[in-house]
Ligand binder design. Structure first.
Ligand SMILES: Cc1cc2nc3c(=O)[nH]c(=O)nc-3n(C[C@H](O)[C@H](O)[C@H](O)COP(=O)(O)OP(=O)(O)OC[C@H]3O[C@@H](n4cnc5c(N)ncnc54)[C@H](O)[C@@H]3O)c2cc1C
Length: 397
């Protein structure tokens, strides 16, 4: 796009990857998005194309068959894809988080077993913390993994809101376990649950009941997951040791926040593009509406918001890539990107007048999709808690 949301200091390889993805979005995603979204159809051809481009293995190290790229490259790719259609970025997001969890916390055997097949997209990941009675408050997890006499575990419980719940074959699943620790946070364990793709009983004691009907974010399925005495080997504990699940999942959610910020940036960029184009075509009172100062100012504000959130998102990703702390920066980027994207898309919607309410116009879809940015990987209230608490420690009197 024009001069907005540019990123300084990228390597030649990063530039090349982004050009390729941009072209793919222009040729394959944008022309197909409206129809697939309105009919809630899984974008299989697009996903096959992304597999061929290596996107499923973008951040997976080369030794496991991936491209070994940074979080920044990933985030910029996600921004491009979400600009075309946010749902497609949802297909790769949980996969990326599960790959990240394996890379950071998996045993050597787990890495060998899953990462090469995740890099090709043959194994696809889903990430499952939420339950019907919990989202923000992860300490309330009730799905229980009970240790059996032979050392294996039995998992029973109900999980909610699994993005890619049906298409995935590997679920990083947070459970409660009895580790005898005083803190609830040390009595949680992440399991790597293998299952078949599809609906119904997809593994022994693992059922994916059906697709949840959503306001937007269509095409990609979001499901429940029912576990009834699902028997699982202790080797399927992420990292091999119980009691670490909460900390592992929070680590995954932190990079997930940069990813949601990137998706929000993509939606804001597209919202801006649609608004600025429409403003130069529609005439009222004898001139194009861009020549009314109210619209001009709106365009200026939208562009400023796009620049701000892109910059914050890039900074958070770069901090992570250089091994520095980014809890505050990822929280800020996620919070502001989702709030600003929401405002930019709404401004674009207003610029469209009545046509913005028509399903024929892309902005109608963006209006529904952008709402999810306010919720996924923690609401703005939760980001404020993370940012505020962390800063109180840093600025302690
Ligand atoms: C389409 C979709 C896809 C999803 N995909 C996944 C997925 O793949 N994996 C997964 O695990 N989860 C997923 N989720 C779940 C998502 O992460 C949660 O919905 C989100 O974290 C919010 O939790 P909640 O819905 O339980 O809201 P609640 O936690 O019940 O919050 C309700 C309201 O209370 C506010 N609130 C809560 N606690 C506080 C507090 N302490 N202080 C101030 N305000 C507070 C919240 O900000 C919110 O406004 C998905 C959700 C949706 C809608």
């Amino acid at each position: 796009m024009g001069r907005l949301a540019q990123t300084e200091g990228l390597t030649e390889i990063q530039d090349e990857i982004l050009k390729t993805i941009h072209q793919f979005v222009e040729d394959k995603i944008i022309p197909a998005a409206q129809e697939l979204e309105h009919s809630d159809t899984y974008p299989q051809e697009i996903i096959d194309g992304l597999k061929e481009l290596g996107v499923f293995g973008l951040t997976i190290p080369e030794e496991y068959g991936g491209l070994g790229e940074s979080l920044l490259t990933y985030a910029l790719v996600v921004e491009e894809i979400a600009r075309g259609w946010m749902s497609v970025s949802g297909v790769i997001n949980t996969h990326f988080i599960v790959a990240y969890l394996l890379m950071q916390h998996g045993t050597d055997e787990q890495k060998q077993r899953y990462l090469p097949r995740m890099a090709t997209g043959e194994v696809r990941g889903a990430f499952s913390m939420s339950e019907p009675a919990l989202g923000s408050d992860v300490s309330a997890v009730s799905t229980k993994a009970t240790r059996l006499e032979d050392g294996s575990y039995s998992i029973t419980g109900q999980k909610m809101w699994l993005t890619n719940g049906a298409s995935s074959t590997l679920v990083a699943l947070l459970t409660k376990t009895d580790e005898g620790a005083e803190s609830v946070y040390q009595n949680m364990t992440t399991f790597l649950v293998e299952k078949e793709a599809g609906f119904g009983e997809t593994a022994q004691g693992v059922t994916v009941p059906g697709k949840l009907e959503k306001m937007g974010y269509k095409g990609v399925e979001t499901t429940e997951l029912i576990l009834e005495d699902h028997k699982i080997a202790a080797e399927q504990i992420l990292g091999g040791e119980p009691g670490k699940g909460f900390f592992q999942m929070m680590d995954g959610v932190e990079v997930g926040r940069v990813n949601v910020a990137a998706r929000a940036c993509g939606l804001a960029i597209r919202g801006f593009e649609l608004g600025v184009a429409y403003a130069q075509q529609r005439k009222t009172f004898g001139k194009v509406i861009a020549d009314h100062q109210a619209i001009l100012f709106r365009i200026a504000e939208m562009a400023t918001k796009v620049e701000t959130i892109h910059t914050m998102m890039v900074r958070a990703a770069r901090l992570k890539d250089t091994g520095r702390r980014m809890d505050v920066e990822a929280g800020m980027a996620k919070m502001l990107a989702s709030e600003y994207a929401n405002e930019v898309v709404e401004d674009s919607f207003r610029i469209h007048g009545g046509y913005g309410y028509s399903k024929e116009y892309e902005i109608e879809r963006l209006m529904r999709e952008v709402k999810f940015m306010l919720i996924g990987e923690g609401t703005s209230d939760i980001q404020k808690m993370i940012i505020g608490r962390s800063l109180l420690k840093d600025y302690k009197l």
